[in-house]
Write a protein that binds this ligand. Structure first.
Ligand SMILES: Cc1cc2nc3c(=O)[nH]c(=O)nc-3n(C[C@H](O)[C@H](O)[C@H](O)COP(=O)(O)OP(=O)(O)OC[C@H]3O[C@@H](n4cnc5c(N)ncnc54)[C@H](O)[C@@H]3O)c2cc1C
Length: 377
């Protein structure tokens, strides 16, 4: 039997970042079912940091982690993990109210936002159709995140601090033994007083193994496609273009363009794959709003964004299962919030309170807690 201070389940961005933080306060093992960390939702994201995105709690976590991404600690990464890349919210005539609402909620989240007319929008993204646009809003301070680089840096930092990563180690049993938990994974038994559940879409499944009640997590499938830009176009400077009602988005992805129909199809936890209808919808919505002609889809994929009822993450100890800690429900913001969410988790586990800088941003334990949710057996 292997004994640790912390067992972290799931080596997506949530588990990797939490393990990195916790290893400073004791010994941690990170257990991942797949052969490669990041195989599920983390490896399938659109890789953006948008201050105005999500609930007020999400906004506070995003702001609390931004500095880490912009200026990581010495030796954390050998290249920049983020690059500036603006967001352009666009609306048709019938979407003026949605655009105004996006502007108002973004300003409430203290994001910098500026209205631009259709001409200004087309200067940023020249393929937008003149007859489609009624107005637009630019959010200039958004960032593109190198997700693979960030995940790798968390894992490397964790190992450098002496942590152990076990892959092909699916957790199949979690039982209390005295003051600690006993966990079976990958043919071994692991032992620790604290188990962190960072199993992404499977967090309720893992919770059930520990005898915890459900947090009502709902995985929602989201699809993405990539395709070639028009020959000779300079897509490198294009913003992330998002429809005001979040019906689709479009952004440069290396030498290609990436689009999503912003689908949210309820799913069981699984290795998600795209549905033909959603792939076609992505292409159709982009072609209606732009002069782009999508003749060939290079690649399509889908990932599960998992939410609880209020769409804020769950970061807290299970009130009925001492030592069983939830780090779940990262929805569509798990990459950009990961540095702050991991520090919040480590603070709550080690000292019972949130780090002071996150409290100063207005982040409250109650807004992240399991207690705020109505739970089911
Ligand atoms: C199309 C799309 C676009 C997105 N765009 C953005 C964006 O622009 N910005 C942003 O911040 N976020 C974005 N997201 C959301 C972001 O990707 C997720 O919030 C984040 O990746 C969730 O990370 P995670 O670690 O919780 O989950 P995962 O990456 O799914 O990791 C969970 C891990 O737990 C493991 N696991 C499960 N059960 C067990 C078990 N029993 N034993 C051992 N291991 C187990 C799984 O194998 C998996 O590796 C997007 C998501 C999608 C799908």
């Amino acid at each position: 039997m292997s004994s640790y201070d912390f067992i972290v389940i799931g080596a997506g961005i949530a588990g990797a970042s939490a393990a990195y933080e916790l290893q400073q306060h004791g010994s941690a093992v990170l257990l991942e079912r797949e052969a490669l960390p990041g195989h599920h939702t983390t490896g399938r994201s659109a890789a953006f940091l948008v201050d105005s995105y999500g609930s007020a709690t999400v906004g506070r976590l995003t702001r609390g982690g931004r500095g880490f991404l912009e200026q990581p600690p010495d030796g954390f990464a050998d290249h920049p993990l983020v690059a500036p890349n603006p967001v352009l919210w666009i609306g048709r005539e019938d979407q003026r109210a949605s655009l105004a609402a996006a502007l108002a909620s973004g300003r409430e989240a203290e994001a910098e936002l500026r209205e631009v007319d259709p001409r200004g929008a087309r200067e940023l993204c020249p393929v937008l159709r003149e007859d489609y646009l009624a107005g637009a809003v630019v959010e200039p301070n958004t960032l593109y995140i190198d997700v693979a680089g960030l995940l790798e840096a968390f894992l490397r930092g964790f190992r450098k601090r002496g942590g152990e990563l076990a892959t092909k180690a699916e957790v199949t049993r979690i039982e209390p033994r005295g003051d600690a938990w006993e966990v079976d994974a990958g043919g071994r038994t692991w032992h620790a007083p604290v188990v962190v559940n960072a199993a992404g879409a499977w967090s309720d499944v893992v919770g059930r193994l520990a005898g915890a009640r459900s947090i009502g997590l709902q995985p929602l499938r989201r699809t993405a496609i990539t395709f070639d830009p028009p020959t000779g176009s300079e897509i490198g400077t294009w913003p992330l273009v998002i429809d005001a009602d979040e019906d689709f988005y479009l952004k440069p992805e290396g030498a290609q363009l990436l689009a999503s129909p912003c689908d949210e199809t309820p799913s069981e936890p699984c290795d998600a794959s795209p549905d033909d209808y959603d792939v076609a919808l992505a292409a159709d919505r982009v072609q209606r709003a732009t002069t782009l002609e999508i003749r060939h889809i290079r690649r399509s994929w889908a990932g599960l964004r998992s939410f609880v009822a209020d769409r804020s993450p769950v970061i807290g100890m299970d009130p009925e299962r001492p030592g069983f800690f939830w780090l779940a429900g990262q929805g569509g913001f798990g990459i950009m919030t990961s540095p702050a969410a991991a520090r919040a988790a480590a603070g709550l586990i080690v000292t019972g309170s949130l780090p002071e800088d996150l409290q100063a941003l207005g982040l409250m334990q109650a807004d992240l807690s399991v207690d705020r949710l109505s739970r089911r057996d």
